[in-house]
Design a protein around this ligand. Sequence first.
Ligand SMILES: Cc1cc2nc3c(=O)[nH]c(=O)nc-3n(C[C@H](O)[C@H](O)[C@H](O)COP(=O)(O)OP(=O)(O)OC[C@H]3O[C@@H](n4cnc5c(N)ncnc54)[C@H](O)[C@@H]3O)c2cc1C
Length: 399
Amino acid sequence: MPQMRVAVAGGGIAGLVLAVALRRAGIDCHVYEQAEHLTEVGAGVQVAPNASRLLRRLGLRDRLRSIAVAPQAIEMRRWDDGTLLQRTPLGEPCRRRFGAPYYTVHRADLHSSLLALLPPDRIHLGARCAAVSQDQDAARLHLSDGTVVAADLVVGADGIHSLVREQIVADRPRYSGQTIYRGLVPAERVRHLLDEPCVRLWFGPDQHCVCYPVSAGRQVSFGATVAASDWREESWSARGDVAELAAAYKGWHPDVVRLIGAADTVSRWALHDRDSIDRLSSGRVTVIGDAAHPMLPFQAQGANQAVEDAVVLAVCLAGAGSGGLEGALRRYERIRLPRVTRIQHQSRDNARTFHLDDGDEQHSRDAAARASSGLDHQQWLFGYDAEEAATTSRSPQWN
Ligand SMILES: Cc1cc2nc3c(=O)[nH]c(=O)nc-3n(C[C@H](O)[C@H](O)[C@H](O)COP(=O)(O)OP(=O)(O)OC[C@H]3O[C@@H](n4cnc5c(N)ncnc54)[C@H](O)[C@@H]3O)c2cc1C
């Protein structure tokens, strides 16, 4: 059989990890990215063991160690007095249990580390995909400059507003009613948060704040949600107003107030997701990452799931036997759908439970959180090995 050719629309984390994984599998892959310059801006990303184990195998073991922080715990606290509601130990206990670390990383560092694993002639910048077509023989990316790229498979890794997804389903992103302000603060301004490197969350009525160190501890990344029924802007770089954010968090715990006060600038982002779907492919076209299952960031798993998708798809394509491409895509979908659907739903549920008013329901939530401290409740999420699931073609197993 001639070598399979794959064309990927989108050079975010999903597209780049897929390109690296396909290269490892010996499959020819070109990435078409609309941006003129490839850089992930914006802030931090939490990389849980379910994705860090895959990234390490793809060649980022040493790189991750040098760019990332391995936080010691995830701590959830009350918004006003900072009472500890739940502590999930990370660090060494997490690495020992799951065989891979929990990391917090600056997005730009992760992005450039992935790019360094790819030959430059496989990444096409300023290449906006304007349409997709397919017939029995090929799938085609139609770029906005008129170029047509033919391949055996087109993969949409083009994010929440995916154009490639339109080949599979007619739906639209759904606004959650929540916006998030994101900022990066030099570590020396927030020493009070760094005695122990942790992912820290504070939950309160209608909103929550999360922060963690990135860039080998030189900076602290934070995200603070603010409910807004009328905000629609969605961009990493939309300017927010620090004073407006500070006003929204007035009266919160001093650690949160000091953190926000230490920021020079913030960006503001309207949070969207989409309903889950029951197929990920149509003919010679498939989707991965946010193009496949955009989720609210309230479980910090969107990028992690994009990494899992990319590795599973690469393994399925590499093993395409007698069933060929069609069989490989069916296998990819069968392995991925139950897991990503569950995580999408939980992320949406968290949008409500994170933001409860003080009262009975909040008391029950806090009691449940205290009872589930530890790593047991993360086994199904962090303990999952997507590559093994694909290699053995087993369905995902929920512990
Ligand atoms: C506030 C916030 C915090 C988050 N925190 C975490 C976290 O801690 N951990 C985690 O795992 N996830 C997190 N996520 C989710 C994570 O950011 C996303 O799931 C992840 O970035 C998706 O990657 P992607 O490559 O699928 O899509 P994207 O990052 O959106 O990349 C899509 C790429 O495709 C390009 N593109 C789009 N259209 C076209 C086109 N027509 N032609 C060519 N190129 C195109 C874009 O320019 C872009 O480069 C967070 C999300 C938000 C909003």
